[in-house]
Ligand binder design. Structure first.
Ligand code: PEP
Length: 253
């Protein structure tokens, strides 16, 4: 059985001092929730502080991105071993990186290979834009993102990958997808594309999260579907009570 995973993507929010306050509010209620993998993804600058605060807990830490090169003249970038120093997870290919910072399926693929090489657990984001959704292109776009983004990865490493289906029209808009729609994309588009890459068993082992305006009130709808293995949460991950409630809802007895 795939263990549910709930990750909070803080995006470009919280100073180090604010991050400390947020972690202090969430740490013990989150720590009490067993059976769900919990991950916090603060901005880079807060990673060191949050890492030391999470020591001795089962709450994981993730970066929001990283470069595929191991070191060198890439001003402003963060290398995989810098991420690895503090984190177990790394988000790759978030739609905001694709839309505003030129991330492509090719760069996603490079970053994914590097993340695996460094023993990180990549959370690879895919999802269609509103235009693509309205033009009936969801299947084509998401399938391409999976096939190209995850190409060339050895099947032995497949289970280390986490995929997050995040329809762009649902991110930060308050207009979440329905659970049924997300589950259909997971079941009919993403898992079959993963099967083509890694075989049926390989694909079955990969967790597929839903992301896009998940809140404490709609979380259990998503988690009631067998193919939705958790959530990548943006806005609601900055609200301790909401994030804890979402995590609680992901538990599968
Ligand atoms: C995200 O940024 O990954 C996300 C899902 O954001 P939100 O929950 O705010 O829609």
């Amino acid at each position: 059985m795939r263990k549910p995973l709930v990750a909070g993507n803080w995006k470009m929010n919280k100073t180090v001092a604010e991050a400390r306050d947020l972690v202090n509010m969430m740490k013990s209620p989150l720590g009490e929730l067993t059976g769900v993998e919990k991950v916090l993804c603060p901005p880079y600058i807060a990673l060191m502080t949050v890492a030391s605060m999470l020591e001795g807990t089962d709450i994981g830490l993730g970066a929001q991105d990283m470069h595929w090169e191991e070191k060198g003249a890439f001003t402003g970038e963060v290398a995989p071993n810098m991420v690895k120093e503090f984190c177990k997870y790394v988000i790759i290919g978030h739609s905001e990186r694709r839309a505003y910072f030129g991330e492509t399926d090719e760069t996603v693929n490079r970053k994914l290979s590097t993340a695996i090489k460094f023993g990180l657990t990549p959370i690879v984001c895919v999802g269609e834009t509103l235009d693509q959704y309205e033009s009936g292109l969801t299947e084509e776009v998401v399938r391409r993102q999976i096939k190209a983004g995850l190409a060339g990865i050895d099947s032995a490493n497949a289970a280390k990958i986490v995929v997050a289906y995040e329809p762009v029209w649902a991110i930060g808009t308050g207009k979440a997808s329905s659970g049924e729609n997300a589950n259909t994309v997971h079941q009919k588009v993403i898992r079959p594309a993963l099967s083509e890459l890694f075989g049926v068993d390989g694909a079955e082992a990969i967790r597929i999260l839903y992301g896009g305006s998940v809140t404490a009130s709609n979380a259990s709808e998503f988690f009631s579907y067998a193919d939705i293995d958790g959530a990548l949460v943006g806005g609601a991950s900055l609200k301790p009570d909401e994030f804890v409630a979402i995590t609680k809802a992901a538990f599968r007895p």
